[in-house]
Design a protein around this ligand. Structure first.
Ligand SMILES: Cc1cc2nc3c(=O)[nH]c(=O)nc-3n(C[C@H](O)[C@H](O)[C@H](O)COP(=O)(O)OP(=O)(O)OC[C@H]3O[C@@H](n4cnc5c(N)ncnc54)[C@H](O)[C@@H]3O)c2cc1C
Length: 429
C-alpha cells in the first residue's frame, strides 16, 4: 500500500506562520507496543489519542508529516455545532434518539472548550458564529434554528439579526439576515491541534512524526508499519481522512478528497475592524457551497471558500478567492494579501462520516464533508468509547450504508464535480 504523504512540513498558511510550538516528535524506529495505535495526527487522531490517554490506555500516535499537517491545521477555524447526517440517522432510528443526537451535536464544542481550559491551550478561542442568509429561503433556516433552541431550552445566548442589524454588525449589504450562536465560535486550529497533542504526550502518548505508515499486518495484535519500525497494538484507529490511502479493499471509494482554499490579508485597521466585524464572530453563508471567514487574533481577514472537486488546485488561490471576498467586502480592495493556502476536505456522498471496523480491531473514522473542528472531537470520543466496549454511538454511524463509486480514484472527482454543479445551480435559484 502506498502512503500519500511523504514527510512534508506544514503548508504556507497563516497558522503555520503563527504556531506556538514547532513540533519535533521523533520518527518511528524499531519495535514499539501500545494498547492502541492511532494513525494520523489531525483532530480525529489527536482527539482519539487524548481521550484514550485520559482513560488510562497506552497510545502510540503516528503521523506521516507533522501534527496538524492536514485539514486540521489549515481550516477556517470555525467551531460549528453538528455532525453530518444526524437528521438521516434520526429518521432511521426514530424520535427516541432525538435528544441523544441533540446532545451529540454539541459535544465537540464542549470538548474543545473544556480542553482549552483544562490544558491551558492558547488557540485564540472566541465564541460567536453568524450564519448568513443570502436568499429568502435561508431566512426560514434562521427561524428554525431559533425555534429548536427555544424548544430545547438551549442554555447559551443566540439571536437573529435582521438585514439592518446584519449590515451594522458585518459591514456588508450582501446578507438578508443572520443567525448568531454564542456556543459556536472560532479558533486557531493548528495551535489547538498541537496543544491537544502536547496534552496527550504529557499523559504518556508516544507521538511519532515524519513517519508515513506503509501498511498494517492484521491479526490479534495488528502491527502498524512504517519504513523503519512498527507499533504492535491491541487495536488500531485509522484517522488519515482525505489524505489517507489506507486499506483500499475496505475503504477506497468511500471518501473523496476535495480542495478548499483560504486567503489571509494583512492586519486590518481598527476602523475597518469596527466596520466589518466589531463583535469578532466567525461567519459562514447558508449556501450549499459556502464562503466562510473570520478575523484572526491579529485582525487579518481569513476568507475561505470555493470547494474544488476536480482534484486540481487553482493556479492562483488568491485569484480564485479574492473576488469572492471583494464581492462581500469591496472596502477591502486595497488590502494586501499575505497568505494563501488550501487543504483537502474528505467528502462522503451522503454526508455521514464513514465509520467502521476492519477485522474487529482496526477502527476507522473519516469524511466530515467540510465540517470537522467540532465533529472530529465528537468522533474521537466515539472511537474511544467503542474501544472501551461502549458501541451505541459508534454503531449508529457504522450501520449506515455508504454508496461507493468503483474506480472513483479516477472517476470520483468527475462525479463529485457533477454533484457540485448540481448544488451550485441550487445556490443560484
Ligand atoms: C481549507 C479548509 C477549511 C476548512 N474549514 C473548516 C472550518 O472552518 N470548520 C470546520 O469545522 N471544518 C473545516 N474544515 C474541515 C476540517 O478541517 C476537517 O474535517 C478536519 O480537520 C478533519 O480532521 P482529520 O483529523 O480527520 O483529518 P486531517 O486533519 O486531514 O488529518 C489527517 C492526518 O493523517 C495523516 N496521514 C494520512 N495518511 C497517513 C499515513 N499513511 N501515515 C501516517 N499519517 C497519515 C495526514 O498527514 C494528516 O495529518 C476545513 C477543511 C479545509 C481543508
Amino acid at each position: 500500500m502506498k502512503a500519500i504523504n511523504q514527510k512534508q512540513e506544514h503548508t504556507g498558511s497563516y497558522y503555520a506562520a503563527t504556531v506556538n510550538e514547532k513540533t519535533d516528535y521523533p520518527e518511528l524506529e524499531g519495535a514499539r507496543t501500545a494498547d492502541i495505535c492511532v494513525v494520523g495526527a489531525g483532530f480525529t487522531g489527536v482527539a482519539t489519542a487524548l481521550t484514550l490517554a485520559e482513560r488510562g490506555y497506552s497510545v502510540a500516535l503516528i503521523e506521516a508529516n507533522r501534527v496538524g499537517w492536514g485539514a486540521s491545521g489549515r481550516n477556517g477555524g470555525q467551531l460549528i455545532n453538528g455532525i453530518g447526517g444526524l437528521e438521516k440517522i434520526r429518521k432511521k432510528h426514530g424520535e427516541g434518539i432525538a435528544d441523544m443526537l441533540w446532545d451529540m451535536k454539541w459535544r465537540g464544542n464542549d470538548i474543545v472548550y473544556d480542553r482549552v481550559e483544562k490544558y491551558g491551550i492558547q488557540c485564540d478561542l472566541k465564541s460567536g458564529f453568524a450564519e448568513t442568509a443570502l436568499k429568502t429561503k435561508h431566512l426560514g433556516y434562521l427561524e428554525a434554528y431559533a425555534e429548536e433552541r427555544e424548544r430545547r431550552n438551549f442554555p447559551y445566548p443566540y439571536e437573529i439579526w435582521d438585514k439592518e442589524k446584519t449590515r451594522s454588525m458585518l459591514g456588508t449589504d450582501a446578507y438578508l439576515g443572520s443567525f448568531v450562536c454564542h456556543r459556536d465560535g472560532h479558533l486557531h486550529p493548528l495551535n489547538l491541534c498541537i496543544g491537544e497533542a502536547r496534552a496527550a504526550h504529557e499523559l504518556g502518548v508516544q507521538i511519532f512524526e515524519q513517519s508515513p505508515v506503509t501498511g498494517i499486518e492484521h491479526g490479534d495484535k495488528p502491527k502498524v508499519k512504517t519504513a523503519n519500525g512498527y507499533v504492535e497494538a491491541n487495536s488500531v484507529v485509522l484517522a488519515g481522512n482525505a489524505y489517507s490511502l489506507f486499506e483500499p479493499k475496505h475503504l477506497s471509494n468511500l471518501v473523496f478528497p476535495a480542495g478548499s482554499y483560504i486567503i489571509g490579508t494583512e492586519p486590518l485597521s481598527e476602523d475597518v475592524v469596527n466596520e466589518i466585524n466589531p463583535m469578532d464572530v466567525a461567519v459562514c453563508d447558508l449556501n450549499e457551497v459556502v464562503d466562510y471567514y473570520r478575523l484572526s487574533a491579529d485582525k487579518r481577514m481569513l476568507y475561505g471558500g470555493r470547494c474544488n472537486y476536480s482534484g486540481r488546485d487553482p493556479v492562483s488561490i488568491k485569484a480564485s478567492i479574492l473576488p469572492r471576498m471583494l464581492k462581500i467586502y469591496p472596502q477591502l480592495k486595497d488590502v494586501r494579501i499575505d497568505f494563501e493556502w488550501g487543504g483537502k476536505i474528505g467528502i462522503v456522498l451522503n454526508r455521514i462520516p464513514a465509520v467502521g471496523r476492519i477485522h474487529n480491531n482496526v477502527y476507522y473514522c473519516q469524511g466530515y464533508s467540510g465540517h470537522g473542528v467540532n465533529a472530529t472531537h465528537i468522533m474521537g470520543e466515539i472511537m474511544a468509547d467503542a474501544i472501551g466496549g461502549t458501541m451505541e454511538k459508534f454503531d449508529l454511524f457504522a450501520d449506515v450504508n455508504h454508496f461507493r463509486i468503483p474506480g472513483s480514484q479516477w472517476l470520483g472527482n468527475q462525479i463529485i464535480a457533477l454533484g457540485m454543479l448540481y448544488y451550485r445551480m441550487q445556490d443560484m435559484l
